[in-house]
Design a protein around this ligand. Structure first.
Ligand code: ADP
Ligand code: MG
Length: 397
């Protein structure tokens, strides 16, 4: 997959009607429907502002939640239009439908420098089915398609990929940045290139491990998946997370790393707890001495020192998956120490994955990371080296 895609700054937008796919999938209060975090709306502002400032008429669209093709009042984008209007300091005209009469009339009337927002795309089941007629109707309202919803580029839906069959398609600033930074890391990284992989399960990360093994100089393993690797090394892991059916895969990865000349670092000690709980009794033991009725919930001090050393001097760091159960303060130290080491390394650093991004933010290192990928599932598929329909459909630069 080429990462070198045309950006909105490389085309003429003046006087054009632009169909802009945003990610306005914001969290809402269950009872009141109020938007509880408007980060995603704020993240969309640079592309919107650029289009408005440069004489485009913007037809914004997004999905919200999982209405599954049904009209659901609780998932209307109307509150997003209100919030977006406040943030932009100008009116945002909300359409009561997606490709219906109201949307068509408002899309026909929207002028350069103005913005309208269509209703929740997923109210129509044809969106997720990537129905060509639905895509064409969306496309017919505009002259240009700008894609800026990175969180959905791994989905082949009408608004994320289908419309590109009918309109010239380019990236907005958010997707542009993801492609620049993550694409460069995977294609032409500053070395040494270090991958840090953790999180819950090996099975979630198989394709990520396999892809990165062909690209990096070092792989650092932590989190719940480390215990399947410990088992592969012949150690008992007590009550730790273990995927017995992935032990052979873990062995194979250790072998493949050796064959590829990739340094493969595994924990030498671990913080164990009695129960999976914030206030459980905890102690540090060597990786080959996990007691039968305890579970590994974080990497230990010696492992931290080893990993800090491996991260120092890195040129590029890609990090997916926390080193331990960071949600419990007692088991957050491994993730904190690794975040500190990444921040101090001076490397181009990329954090991908929903919980990893949350961990880095919660622990206070977000502003010291070069790029925190905004798409959970999408950034994982990116690291897997997969073809992403929402990227493939964009024009090459
Ligand atoms: P991401 O969303 O960044 O891809 P994952 O979903 O794979 O990351 O994993 C995150 C989860 O892994 C966190 O909720 C964390 O508590 C859990 N985790 C980390 N270490 C362990 C461990 N040793 N045992 C059980 N769960 C763990
Ligand atoms: Mg997760």
């Amino acid at each position: 997959m080429s990462y070198n895609k045309k950006n909105v700054t490389q085309v003429d937008v003046k006087g054009k009607k632009v169909l802009l796919r945003c990610d306005f999938n914001v969290p809402q209060d269950k009872a009141t429907g109020a938007i509880t975090d408007d980060k995603r709306i704020r993240a969309a502002l640079p592309t919107i502002q650029y289009l408005l400032d440069n004489g485009a008429a913007v037809i914004a669209c997004s999905h919200l939640g999982k209405p599954k093709g049904e009209w659901k009042e609780s998932l209307t984008l109307a509150p997003v239009a209100v919030r977006l209007s406040e943030l932009l300091g100008k009116p945002v005209t909300f359409c009561k439908d997606i490709i219906g009469e109201d949307a068509h009339a408002k899309a026909a009337a929207v002028k350069p420098g103005e913005i309208i927002l269509l209703e929740n795309l997923r109210f129509d089941k044809r969106e997720e089915k990537n129905d060509p007629e639905f895509a064409k109707e969306l496309a017919d309202m505009a002259d240009l398609y700008v894609s800026d919803a990175f969180g959905t580029v791994h989905r082949a839906h009408a608004s994320t990929a289908g419309v590109a069959a009918y309109l010239p398609a380019v990236s907005g600033f958010l997707i542009g940045k993801e492609l620049d930074i993550m694409g460069k890391a995977l294609e032409d990284p500053a070395r040494p290139f270090v991958a840090i992989l953790g999180g819950a399960k090996v099975s979630d990360k198989i394709a990520v491990i396999e892809n990165l093994l062909t690209k990096v100089d070092k792989i650092i393993i932590g989190g719940g998946m480390a215990y399947t690797f410990a088992k592969a090394q012949g150690y008992e892991v007590g009550k730790s997370l273990l995927e017995a059916d992935k032990v052979d895969f873990a062995k194979e990865m250790i072998e493949r790393a050796k064959a590829n000349g990739v340094e493969f670092l595994l924990p030498v000690d671990t913080v164990v707890g009695k129960e999976f709980a914030a206030d459980t009794e905890a102690k540090t033991v060597a990786i080959d001495a996990i007691p039968a009725d305890w579970m590994g919930l974080d990497i230990g001090e010696k492992t931290i020192a080893l990993y800090e050393n491996a991260i120092a001097g890195a040129g590029t760091v890609v990090w997916n998956g926390p080193m331990g159960v960071f949600e419990f303060d007692r088991f957050a130290e491994g993730t904190r120490a690794v975040a500190r080491a990444v921040a101090a390394s001076g490397a181009v650093s990329i954090v991908g994955g929903g919980d990893s991004a949350a961990a880095v933010e919660q622990l206070g290192f977000a502003d010291k990371i070069t790029h925190i990928s905004t798409g959970g599932g999408a950034s994982l598929e990116f690291l897997e080296g997969k073809q992403l329909p929402g990227v493939v459909c964009l024009q090459d630069a």
